[in-house]
Design a protein around this ligand. Structure first.
Ligand SMILES: Cc1ncc(C[n+]2csc(CCOP(=O)(O)OP(=O)(O)O)c2C)c(N)n1
Ligand SMILES: [Mg+2]
Length: 369
């Protein structure tokens, strides 16, 4: 059990694919399937992510926030949660969402600007991605409070970035969760940049974990590219939350290998040598693969057939998303105001006049005749 903040970084799997002594114990407690799952999910998430970037470049989805490099932080933490837990993601958590049961087609539809992409299927407790930075944190805290008042076993987890720790919402959520001992996990993927702003220009503290400590929340810093350590640290925090032990802040130290979004160019503000080190020497997927290969759990044929299987599933999701009928243009006006203000009402009427038909739906989108 974590009783206090650890400023040293928890690491079980070294970048060269060898386990530490503590790591050997944790690894030994996992079944063969659990071990393979860590790797299989990371591969699926990476292949999905790469395909989504290509779709954006082809003009088939609007914009996209890539997660390459952050697979271990997302897969390790998501696999430690239960189906009853509430997940409050930011815009980069596609890996977490798919593990929690969000269909891949929905994730693509979200980036195509469709409202269906925000709707989780029955029984999937994933909230829509939160784009305004840190706003998911007080809401996750509120869900955790509700769970506590109703004496339910579910916890809430908020995913956010290093930049979010400069927002008031971060501090308010941590304070409240600390005082009321709420079953909430604050999971920070410290990928070291908030768009072009490096962590050193974001915060005068050297870690995010120490900010949680200031609110009386046990806080832990973990190697976010070490899927085993992330899994174990999150499972421990989740167990504690369920047993009435309150909130935990987890700082997963990782790196965004690509750009902030497809609208950004990270080569404008990052040293190529820094990127090379993270990509070539600290990659989370390679690290796990090396361990599994050495243990005889992975072969070249197995890797190839798993990748094929993922690509097929991703292709099916792309087809399903592209088959979805486009909404009428008047949908632009839905989902913000319950009653449209007069100015927007006028604009809507103008659009209906131009498009023809009572609500514009009689003029089908030419891309989906
Ligand atoms: C309240 C608010 N301010 C500014 C923005 C613009 N913005 C979008 S992403 C981003 C950087 C966030 O960085 P971080 O929290 O580290 O998350 P990351 O993108 O690295 O995952 C900013 C400033 C926003 N979305 N919301
Ligand atoms: Mg960041």
């Amino acid at each position: 059990m974590l009783q206090q903040t650890r400023h040293d970084m928890v690491q079980y799997l070294r970048p060269n694919g060898w386990l530490t002594d503590e790591g050997k114990k944790v690894w030994g407690g996992l079944s063969r399937e659990q071990k393979l799952d860590l790797y299989r999910w990371m591969v699926k998430v990476r292949l999905f992510d790469r395909r989504a970037v290509i779709l954006q470049r082809q003009g088939r989805i609007g914009t996209y926030a890539p997660l390459e490099g952050q697979e271990a932080a997302q897969v390790g933490s998501a696999l430690a949660l239960g189906r009853e837990d509430w997940i409050f993601p930011s815009y980069r958590e596609h890996g977490v969402s798919m593990i929690a049961g969000m269909p891949l087609a929905h994730i693509l539809l979200y980036w195509m600007g469709r409202v269906e992409g925000n709707t989780a299927p029955e029984g999937v407790r994933v909230l829509p991605p939160y784009v305004p930075i840190a706003t998911q944190m007080p809401q996750a805290m509120g869900a955790a409070w509700a769970s506590k008042l109703k004496r339910e076993s579910s916890l809430a987890i908020a995913y956010f970035g290093d930049g979010a720790t400069s927002e008031g919402d971060f501090h308010e959520a941590c304070n409240f969760a600390g005082v009321f001992q709420l079953p909430v996990l604050f999971f920070c993927q410290n990928n070291q940049y908030a768009i072009s702003v490096p962590f050193s220009r974001q915060s005068a503290t050297s870690t995010v974990a120490e900010k949680g400590q200031a609110y009386g929340i046990p806080s832990v810093r973990v190697d976010g590219n070490d899927v085993l350590a992330v899994y174990h640290v999150t499972a421990e925090a989740a167990e504690r939350a369920r047993n009435g032990g309150g909130a935990t802040l987890i700082e997963a130290v990782t790196y965004r290998q690509g750009s902030h979004t497809t609208a950004d160019d990270a080569t404008r503000y990052r040293d190529p040598e820094e990127v090379r080190i993270w990509v070539e020497e600290r990659d989370p997927v390679d690290r796990c693969r090396r361990l599994l290969e050495r243990e005889g759990l992975l072969s070249e044929e197995y890797i190839a057939s798993w990748e094929e299987c993922c690509k097929k599933e991703i292709q099916e999701a792309v087809d399903a998303a592209e088959r979805a009928k486009a909404p009428p243009p008047t949908h632009l006006f839905n989902h913000v105001f319950e009653t449209l203000p007069p100015s927007l009402l006028r604009q809507r009427e103008e659009l209906v006049r131009k498009e023809g038909g009572p609500d514009g739906s009689e003029n089908p989108d030419p891309r989906h005749p």
